[in-house]
Design a binder for this molecule. Structure first.
Ligand SMILES: [Zn+2]
Length: 195
């Protein structure tokens, strides 16, 4: 797939924003993943970030303190019910390839387009959801890793969490996919993420 052709003028700016959100989660002690939902003009509708290590804030409709408090779920909980017609024109941006739960939620909600900065060869939904073959997701346009520098930044940010959270077989996939950043984590080097 030639994803470059399908890029929009605001894609880069919004992906950069997911990385900023990911850094914020890392500072607080949650996993470094960020997400942004935008309409077809590139206007941001909601921002989310991983909050697994943070308390719930129901007043602000912020999920937290749960293993499902992923960046995309944080964002969807804030928005509540979405118009099923309008949502087709929306794009979900994430710093990391969505997991099965978040990818599944995105398809179920009917979001028309997904762009992520960095692959997650273990936790990402791409290994199991064949986006363009699954009958419910066949309309979803998927653009993985369109910018090399942002892909590298996302891999650098998430690699320590991948090593901490994933089983050896999952970490082996990261080593294969992003050897440079995995090797830095194996050597115990700081990467700007929590240690
Ligand atoms: Zn997820």
């Amino acid at each position: 797939m030639d994803s470059k052709r399908q890029l929009r003028s605001y894609d880069r700016r919004l992906l950069e924003e997911t990385l900023t959100l990911a850094r914020r989660s890392a500072e607080i002690g949650s996993a470094p993943v960020g997400a942004v939902l935008a309409d077809s003009d590139g206007t941001v509708l909601a921002r989310g970030r991983n909050r697994v290590a943070e308390p719930w804030d129901l007043r602000e409709r912020r999920i937290g303190d749960a293993s499902f408090a992923h960046a995309e779920m944080d964002l969807y909980f804030q928005l509540g019910r979405l118009d099923s017609e309008r949502v087709r024109g929306y794009t979900l941006y994430t710093s990391l390839e969505p997991c099965l739960m978040c990818g599944g939620a995105t398809g179920m909600i009917g979001v028309g387009r997904i762009v992520w900065a960095t692959d997650d060869p273990w936790g990402g939904s791409g290994r199991l959801i064949r986006w363009n073959e699954h009958p419910a997701f066949v309309q979803v346009e998927v653009l993985p890793c369109p910018y090399e520098d942002l892909e590298r930044e996302g891999a650098r940010l998430f690699a320590p969490e991948a090593k901490r959270a994933y089983p050896e077989v999952g970490w082996a996939l990261w080593r294969e996919r992003y050897p440079e950043f995995a090797a830095a984590v194996d050597r115990g080097e700081r990467s700007g993420n929590r240690e």
